[in-house]
Ligand binder design. Structure first.
Ligand code: XIL
Length: 590
């Protein structure tokens, strides 16, 4: 378990030859709205909005112009290259197609826009099959105006990419690029950039607009809203505008590695050979966590059918580059398929305790067979403590594990894990431990009890999804110190720092002032981590993602509001937060 230490030897050739990432920038750019009065010429729309009068407001990034590949304003009363997403096979399965057609109901410019209506699924919307006009490895920008006039006060939309593969048996892959929130009656500008993947097994690539995915049982009017698209432009950008890592800055691992291991969550796309994100991971981090791909819903979506391919990509990259791995997660009440909790003979009934324990053991066995040799530390259970009570999360609070097995499920999961992963460190992982005293006390009592019962728990994992204004450094210090008295280690497992102060704000500018506040907080908190790292209490700090474009915070807790919680920006440039940790003298005004 020795830290990788210094900078890895580069094995990757050039970004030019092997660009294969899909990236999204601009979630925070696409916030420019105009009233839906119509008839504005496209040319009158600025490339980017000017800075506000507020001294502190950042100027919005001025977007460089690219070569226009496709441009649709629908004024020729044709839908052009746009088609409904509903396919013949969906229709055969009983799904009615949405309508995608030119309309005079409202227009951002000229006379027409594209109307998308009769939607019965969130995924229904206009799609554009990219073919001859785009080239693998090149970077493109889509600009569009989105609006609606009837229905809810506001709705969220996203643009996504769909890959289909030459081997028709491989399921299509979907990447949500950018989300925006649109208010009724206001045309809202949408900007997203992506690199066309050059995986040789791709057969086709579509980009499309939809509302965020929800299952049929949970739909409200915002999910199926009739919407309009206008002035859609697809531009090819100069290759130099592709995100590029800064080679000449210090490596995080060199600066922090003497205190604790430095980790990052990663996706299969981010580790693709030749990508800038892979280079960045190799430069700065020594341990990886699969952000989603080791979760039960990816690994075993159907009983007995295992899908290891996405996680294998990350594991393969880690072993090839000498990084270690953290496993996330063996048991969670979320991102676990419904079948796990259903009676094998009657899915309307819950599984019995025995069946559920058997499935847990089988699943853990499969993980041990596949990843046991690679993974150093495992989140055995994730988020088992209730925010409301500090006790175990109940069935009413979403835990079918608790409901079906009873309160001993946590102990049992750790015992199974010890048998199957005898050399790994076993982690109990949760959020808000640094900010809720009740929850931290609950964790303390739970782990104390587990230790007293001889349950093999080694580490308390603190997710550490914090805000840039709280909790206080004192509270953080006290909590970690208290956990240390239990004789367990502490690991920071999912560190990021939202720029919002509440879960209800809709949008926020990442101003110089906010950047500095965030940088200060990062510095102060990491100083506490270093303190405990020096004492051997904190062993690992993992950041929940590489850069702001690819952070879950963009869509959590508010879909589409955008955020900027990580150390690198949308172009992979080190932010003040990075410098505040690495060399505070480089941050003016800190
Ligand atoms: C998040 C992922 O980052 C998202 O992509 C996904 O949509 C939801 O889950 N606590 C956890 C992580 O333990 O697994 C969550 O990750 C973030 C909160």
């Amino acid at each position: 378990m020795s830290p990788k230490g210094s900078k890895m030897k580069k094995t990757i050739t050039s970004w030019w030859q092997a660009a294969a990432v899909v990236l999204a920038v601009g979630a925070l750019l696409g916030a420019c709205a105009t009233p839906a009065a119509g008839d504005k010429p496209v040319a009158s729309q600025p490339a980017a909005a000017a800075a506000t009068a507020d001294d502190e407001a950042e100027e919005e990034e001025v977007l460089e112009k690219g070569e226009i590949m496709v441009s649709s304003n629908f004024d020729d009363a044709s839908a052009g290259q746009w088609k409904p997403r509903t396919k013949e096979s969906d229709k055969a399965a009983g799904v009615d197609s949405e309508a995608v057609e030119p309309s005079k109901d409202m227009a951002h410019s000229g006379t027409h826009s594209l109307k998308i209506h009769n939607r019965t699924k969130t995924w229904q919307g206009p799609t554009h099959l990219l073919s001859g006009e785009v080239k693998p490895g090149d970077i493109y920008r889509v600009t569009a105006w989105l609006g609606f006039k009837d229905g809810p006060d506001a709705a969220t939309f996203n643009m996504s990419l769909e890959k289909s593969f030459k081997d028709a048996a491989t399921p299509h892959a979907y990447t949500n690029l950018t989300f925006i929130k649109v208010k009724k009656g206001e045309w809202t500008k949408f900007v997203s950039e992506f690199v066309v993947p050059n995986d040789s097994d791709i057969a086709a690539l579509d980009y499309y607009f939809e509302t965020p995915w929800k299952s049929s049982g949970e739909l409200d009017e915002a999910d199926l809203v009739t919407f309009y698209l206008d002035d859609v432009v697809l531009e090819k950008l100069d290759p130099s505008s592709r995100p590029h890592i800064e080679e000449d800055i210090p490596n995080l691992v060199d600066v922090l590695g003497k205190y604790f291991k430095v980790g990052c969550a990663a996706t299969p796309e981010q580790v693709m050979s030749g990508s800038q994100t892979a280079e960045l991971l190799m430069k700065h981090y020594q341990m990886l966590t699969c952000g989603n791909t080791m979760k039960w819903d990816t690994i075993q979506p159907i009983e007995g059918q295992f899908n290891f391919k996405p996680a294998d990509a990350v594991v393969g990259f880690a072993s090839k580059t000498g990084m270690s791995l953290h496993g996330h997660t063996l048991l969670w009440h979320q991102q676990t398929p419904a079948w796990v909790f259903q009676d094998p003979d009657d899915e309307t009934k819950p599984a019995s305790r025995e069946v559920l324990l058997g499935r847990l053991k089988d699943h853990m066995q499969a993980m041990a067979d596949q990843y046991g040799d690679f993974v150093e530390t495992w989140d055995v259970v994730n988020e088992v403590i209730s925010d409301a009570t500090g006790k175990l999360r109940t069935g009413a609070e979403g835990s079918k594990w608790f409901e079906i097995i009873g309160p001993d499920y946590v102990d049992i999961a750790f015992k199974y894990a010890k048998e199957l992963f005898p050399d790994a460190q076993l982690v109990i992982n949760d959020y808000n431990l640094e900010s809720s005293k009740q929850k931290a006390d609950g964790m303390y009592e739970l782990v104390k009890g587990m230790k007293a019962r001889g349950v093999p728990v080694d580490v308390i994992g603190m997710q550490f999804h914090v805000k840039h204004t709280y909790p206080s450094v004192e509270q953080i210090r006290e909590t970690i110190a208290k956990f240390a008295t239990l004789g367990v280690k502490v690991q920071i497992t999912e560190f990021d720092m939202s720029i919002y102060t509440s879960d209800t704000e809709d949008s926020k500018k990442f101003t110089k002032k906010v950047k500095l506040e965030q940088a200060r907080r990062y510095r102060d908190i990491v100083n506490v981590f270093k303190e405990f790292g020096s004492k051997g209490v904190i062993e690992r700090v993992t950041f929940w993602g590489i850069s702001d474009d690819a952070s879950w915070l963009n869509d959590f807790p508010v879909k589409g509001r955008g955020d900027a919680g990580l150390l690198f920006d949308r172009k992979l440039k080190a932010k003040p937060a990075f410098w505040a940790i690495v060399d505070p003298s480089k941050v003016e005004g800190l």
